[in-house]
Design a protein around this ligand. Structure first.
Ligand code: BTN
Length: 180
């Protein structure tokens, strides 16, 4: 990895951490808040691509795991990873890989289809993984978890569009950036 790539990866980790300063918005009906940090995850996936994107998120999650209060609301520690939001954290780690794979499919070649695929991975897949985990570790039913997650869709859809627009403008940042 070149120095420039290390700096880019670290910068995106920093962006994810800074987005965590924005206070989470509790929903009340599920123990999962609305956060801004998943915008940083989407940016990592589309700007850095699968490898560096995963690395930037892995570093962020490892910092959280060992106790740095980098998650939204200043949360940290292993308990968060096995708690109600643990599935989303796993989904975040998988996002750059899933995004890179899905955007490399030959039929995902138009702008709208690429944006739609970003939504499928960055919003739908993460919410489904999060819901499955929520169902496993809380008394909430699977249907209840999935339906509650519909509350995240409008905000997360705006985040995908924002990530797409930012990434399109930053295409020249790195030759390996995901094709948009
Ligand atoms: C954490 O800080 O412990 C993780 C929070 C996960 C929140 C999820 S990410 C997808 C969905 N969209 C949101 O705004 N909140 C949830």
């Amino acid at each position: 990895m070149k120095t420039r790539e290390i700096v880019q990866t670290a910068l995106i980790t920093a962006v994810i951490i800074i987005l965590g300063i924005i206070p989470p918005l509790p929903l009340g009906f599920i123990p999962v808040p609305i956060v801004m940090q998943n915008l940083g995850i989407m940016l990592a996936a589309v700007i850095l691509g699968p490898k560096k994107g995963t690395l930037s998120i892995l570093v962020f999650l490892l910092l959280a795991l060992i106790g740095f209060p980098v998650l939204s609301g200043g949360q940290a520690g292993p308990a968060v990873f096995i708690g109600p939001t643990g599935g989303y954290l796993l989904g975040w780690l998988l996002t750059p890989g899933m995004m890179g794979y899905s955007l490399s499919m030959p039929f995902v070649n138009r702008r709208w289809s690429r944006l739609a695929m970003m939504w499928v991975v960055g919003v739908l897949a993460v919410d489904v993984i999060g819901s499955l985990w929520l169902w496993l570790v809380t008394p909430i039913s699977l249907v209840g978890a999935l339906l509650s997650n519909l509350a995240f869709i409008p905000g997360d859809t705006l985040k995908v569009v924002a990530a797409y627009l930012v990434a399109v403008r930053m295409r020249t940042w790195d030759g390996e950036t995901t094709r948009l």
